[in-house]
Design a binder for this molecule. Structure first.
Ligand SMILES: NC(=O)c1ccc[n+]([C@@H]2O[C@H](COP(=O)([O-])OP(=O)(O)OC[C@H]3O[C@@H](n4cnc5c(N)ncnc54)[C@H](O)[C@@H]3O)[C@@H](O)[C@H]2O)c1
Length: 456
């Protein structure tokens, strides 16, 4: 899709969805926009950006796409990664011209970025967010903001001390389908939302991929309760306009990891290639080959690790009951070995119910739209159709536009701040602790953040 086409689409959608100034307070953004609109942008007026973590997400979403579509507003001043081969491959793929670094502190001292983008392994986000704030940068961090409550508190403290901004890039809020749900709820269509049924399915391709990579270990991704479900917990808080107070959860590992009948180290070297349903040739994907397999001799990281490795210590089926400060109750589940990918959600309100579902893979029918069903108590039922779009339901592109272009309104409150990022991971951390202890966990016991019934 061309840049022009994307921009037109954005404007068309923005009419309905509106737009907000995600980084309005970040120095340089307003100036860069003004110059850009006059088509006179000087190099020095561009937003100076550095990236730490040039893996898949850092290279495409936070690298090439930004350079290709927002090069008039953004200047990359530094790229950093511990894998020197991946770092250089990423720079080439992005088309960046800046210096590369394996030493993060050196990059920050030399380049002094206005915005540091953090796209490393989840458990290392805290280190770079805190250091970045201390170096005087604003932070754009990929979700999850961090992986436990101690790191979360340290980030909160560092941000308060620095006075800089931390934005968690929750792209899921930006899909038009989910924005429509937000609009329907907030227009009072079903009265007060009193409870939500939310069930997410990861399939045997995407779901399995978490068990091949670093995500399979709690120490790196905080388990899928944090790495994956924090996306969903953020959506819940956003839709409900409230914050979580208590979580009770169960989780088990009964499909991947130790449950396999056989195992190898990774797919390429495996002796069960012909019989294993999960055999996958990573080198057939040229992007992955370029980033990972061509550079595995630098750090030994195997992108095609066996999903049945004995060291998997995360859950592959999870369920939780979550209570929100406004009294709403949520029944949530996540299954990581489904035959199709997607979710089902229902909002029960005092005046009716909203049902919505998305099937991202193996769809029942080939559709061009997704549906939302609204049923009123004692009243009529009607359907809303939302056109389907690429890139997390079209959310990635909309979020980019909101970050890099100057826009004033945020009618759907799609901007996720530090507090939102914290509550999203704390819900997952509480669920993980609950699974381990068998006890309900109060969110207020985890950090100094106290949940409020209605978001400020
Ligand atoms: N919002 C979304 O939809 C979405 C999608 C994919 C990934 N993500 C997030 O993006 C982040 C990156 O994910 P990915 O899929 O690109 O993973 P990845 O493994 O491809 O990339 C991580 C990179 O970080 C580097 N790294 C690790 N530790 C480092 C350190 N201490 N210093 C410097 N570099 C270090 C690795 O070498 C690697 O290149 C994760 O936090 C993930 O949760 C978000």
């Amino acid at each position: 899709m061309s840049t022009k086409m994307n921009r037109r689409n954005f404007i068309a959608t923005a009419g309905a969805a509106g737009a907000g100034a995600l980084l309005s307070s970040i120095p340089g953004v307003a100036g860069a926009q003004r110059k850009s609109s006059q088509k006179t942008a000087e190099k020095s007026d561009k937003i100076r950006v550095a990236v730490v973590g040039t893996g898949s997400r850092g290279t495409r979403m936070w690298g090439k796409r930004v350079i290709d579509d927002y090069g008039d507003l953004v200047e990359y001043v530094g790229l950093c990664d511990t894998n020197i081969g991946r770092l250089e491959a990423s720079k080439k793929y992005m088309g960046a011209t800046c210096k590369t670094y394996t030493d993060f502190d050196l990059m920050m001292k030399e380049t002094k970025p206005e915005i540091l983008i953090v796209t490393t392994v989840d458990s290392t986000h805290d280190e770079f967010i805190i250091k970045g704030l201390n170096y005087g940068s604003n932070i754009l961090t990929e979700k999850p903001m961090t992986t436990d409550e101690v790191k979360c508190q340290a980030i909160l403290d560092a941000q308060r001390k620095s006075g800089k901004e931390v934005i968690v890039t929750f792209n899921y809020r930006f899909s038009p389908h989910r924005a429509k749900i937000w609009e329907l709820i907030h227009s009072g269509e079903i009265g007060e939302v009193t409870s939500i049924d939310f069930h997410w399915y990861l399939d045997t391709s995407h779901g399995a991929d978490y068990f091949r990579r670093w995500h399979r270990k709690r120490e790196f991704g905080g388990s899928l309760w944090v790495h994956k479900a924090s996306h969903h917990f953020d959506l819940l808080g956003w839709w409900l306009d409230s914050e979580p107070v208590e979580v009770f959860a169960y989780g088990d590992l009964e499909f991947y990891g130790k449950n396999g009948k056989f195992r190898g180290k990774n797919c390429r070297t495996c002796s069960f290639k012909d019989t294993c349903d999960f055999y996958w040739d990573v080198n057939k994907n040229s992007y992955y080959k370029m980033l990972y397999t061509d550079n595995e001799h630098h750090d030994g990281y195997l992108r095609d690790g066996c999903v049945f490795k004995e060291d998997v210590d995360i859950f592959d089926k999870m369920c939780a009951s979550i209570k929100y400060a406004n009294g709403a109750q949520v029944s949530y589940s996540l299954t990581a070995y489904s035959p199709y990918e997607g979710y089902r959600i229902a909002f029960n309100g005092t005046k009716g119910r909203i049902d919505a579902w998305i099937q991202e893979s193996n769809p029942v029918h080939d559709g061009e739209y997704d549906e939302i069903m609204i049923t009123r108590n004692f009243g009529k039922r009607n359907y809303v159709r939302i056109p389907q779009a690429e890139g997390h339901g079209g959310g990635d592109k909309l979020m980019h536009d909101k970050i890099w272009r100057k826009v004033k309104e945020d009618p759907f409150k799609q901007t996720a701040n530090l507090r939102d990022g914290a509550f999203a991971i704390l819900t997952g951390v509480a669920a993980r602790i609950s699974c381990d202890t068998g006890k309900p966990i109060k969110i207020a016991d985890l950090t100094d953040l106290k949940p409020t019934a209605k978001k400020a």
